[in-house]
Design a protein around this ligand. Structure first.
Ligand code: CP
Length: 310
């Protein structure tokens, strides 16, 4: 791997290798000895132009557990506020001997722009990881979700999986759907109102359900999504109460899934909007294990990019 920008087109063997590589790192996280030397001497720059709690923090923990030096650029107090361009910022950080950029940006394609720029200027030893770009992709979230599903359910080729909610605006949903499809999930469902589905949803391999109860019937995995109000305007914006009534995950709706179905959510959650607290904190939720597995999966991605013998 040179960069990780999307799960679209990522071959099955590469996804599987990332998940396999993450397995022993998940053990590292649970043991006393928390560090491995795979990125010793390397510098990882976290460039988060959009807010984050889970992704930024787990990338930092992951890089530190690989023994890298981690630099978190504080965008709010950086010179981007004086008009410095994204690529000038990147050039200056590259001049500080960066080895890896972890990039979150509101604009779809920003991490691609950085990767292309580095390659075009002969600095292809610097790796780029997309930590979420606009509504396009969030590949490490998609991969940690695959790790979580594999941990609890083992065989993707036997599963019914429902991706539920605001799929239209969700970079997480796109990354999940590409990965689930590549891993051979035979029954992949998109459960959402018409207004919150992308036009190409069936081309992506999903069966569409506008009735949540029908969409959840008999599934093994329920992947909830946040209602992304910040990416909507005017008529698209449903009221929280109305949305919860039709697409909020309650215990009563979850009872239609298999009894051992698991519930994922990438966070941040809006309780009482897309998910009821009784489910979010209930026995079928694996939402906090997702966060923990995210450290191991991000360790695996960075170790494979950084050339460690992971
Ligand atoms: N899942 C996720 O991307 O969360 P953060 O926005 O907190 O990083």
């Amino acid at each position: 791997l040179q960069h990780l920008l999307t799960t679209e087109g990522l071959p099955r063997d590469v996804i599987t290798r990332i998940l396999d590589t993450a397995e022993p790192f998940a053990d590292v996280a649970e043991r006393e000895v928390k560090k491995v030397p795979l990125l010793r001497g390397k510098s990882v720059f976290n460039l988060f132009f959009e807010n984050s709690t889970r992704t930024r923090t787990t990338f930092e923990i992951a890089a530190k557990r690989l023994s890298a030096d981690v630099i978190n650029l504080n965008i709010a107090t950086s010179s981007t506020n004086k008009g410095e361009t994204l690529l000038d910022t990147v050039d200056n950080l590259a001049a500080m001997q960066a080895d890896m950029f972890v990039v979150r940006h509101a604009s779809s394609g920003a991490p691609y722009l950085i990767a292309q720029h580095l390659e075009a200027t002969g600095r292809d030893h610097i790796h780029v990881v997309n930590a979420g770009d606009g509504r396009h992709a969030h590949p490490t979230q998609g991969l940690l979700d695959m790790y979580t599903i594999r941990h609890y359910k083992r065989d993707f080729t036997q599963l019914s999986v429902a991706v539920v909610g605001d799929i239209l605006h969700s970079r997480v949903a796109r990354s999940q759907i590409h990965a689930l499809s590549t891993l051979g999930v035979p029954d992949l469902r998109a459960v959402a109102p018409k207004t919150l589905l992308p036009q190409d949803i069936e081309r992506l391999g999903c069966r569409v359900f506008h009735d949540m109860r029908e969409g959840l019937r008999g599934v093994d995995v329920v992947m909830m999504l946040r209602l992304q109000n910040e990416r909507m305007q005017g008529s698209l914006l449903p009221s929280a109460q109305e949305y919860f009534k039709f697409f909020g995950l309650t215990e009563e709706k979850l009872a239609l899934a298999k009894p051992d179905a698991i519930v994922l959510h990438p966070g941040p959650m809006n309780r009482g909007v897309e998910i009821d607290s009784a489910v979010a904190d209930g026995r079928q939720a694996v939402i906090l294990p997702q966060v923990t597995f995210g450290i191991a999966v991000r360790m695996a991605v960075m170790a494979m990019l950084g050339g460690g013998n992971a």
